[in-house]
Write a protein that binds this ligand. Structure first.
Ligand SMILES: [Zn+2]
Ligand SMILES: [Zn+2]
Length: 234
């Protein structure tokens, strides 16, 4: 490898700090990569939550309410090492991680063709103030990677976040719903109308954000919404 290039690629795993002797394009060591808990089976058919003992097609939430998205999925469990990887991307600005996490999203779409039979990809928008502070929207970086890999258009400007929301972590289910209620606004309805949309985010927690955005998209006349995130909380 070009020694100059080496300077720009992290040599240490962002999760455990282990030295990566043969730097890949990902700041992630093999050991940590093997610890990812994937969510493929024993998940709710609609919202993608883990159903630890299997058996039922729908989780306890989806037996009570009907979300506005057709289905939501996450690549893996929001725990180490995905949690650290997402934190490093969001809060430490290790943007090369978007490629690594994006690769996981693309592999997931290849396994579940329904997720890639869409007309366009929409990253969950950040509020402009938050985006200015952070310097980027991690959901956009992920969506952009997936869009290029699957040759699907990415709608970067059509929907905006008009309400500054609190971080969903640390809020109770009801507070989470209230927090993101009316948070999104469709700016470009013609881009949405009649379209099958794949929404991309980094983490799905209570599904409240995905639900609020899906509802807004449905009200703007989209045909269906699928949601895909890197990780899912409980
Ligand atoms: Zn590691
Ligand atoms: Zn469910």
């Amino acid at each position: 490898m070009n020694p100059l290039l080496h300077l720009f690629l992290p040599e240490h795993c962002v999760v455990c700090g282990a030295y990566i002797p043969f730097p890949s394009h990902f700041p992630f060591c093999k050991g940590c990569q093997e610890k990812i808990v994937f969510l493929r089976d024993r998940i709710c058919a609609r919202c993608g939550r883990a159903i630890p003992y299997g058996g039922a097609p729908l989780c306890h939430v989806c037996r009570r309410i009907k979300y506005h998205f057709s289905c939501a999925r996450a690549v893996g469990v929001y725990a180490s090492p995905l949690r650290e990887a997402i934190h490093a991307l969001k809060y430490r600005g290790v943007v090369s991680l978007a490629k690594f996490l994006g690769t996981l999203l693309v592999a997931y779409c290849e396994e579940f063709p329904l997720l890639r039979s869409v007309d366009l990809i929409l990253p969950v928008p950040l509020h402009p103030v938050r985006e200015r502070e952070r310097g980027f929207n991690q959901a956009f970086l992920l969506a952009d990677f997936v869009g290029r890999a699957l040759r699907l258009p990415v709608l970067a400007q059509g929907v905006s976040r008009i309400k500054p929301t609190l971080p969903q972590a640390g809020l109770k289910a009801k507070e989470r719903r209230k927090n993101v209620e009316g948070a999104f606004q469709v700016e470009w309805p013609e881009a949405i109308r009649g379209k099958r949309i794949l929404v991309i985010d980094d983490v799905l927690t209570s599904r409240a954000t995905a639900e609020s955005l899906s509802r807004t998209l449905q009200e703007a006349g989209c045909s269906s919404v699928f949601v895909l995130a890197v990780a899912s909380g409980k």
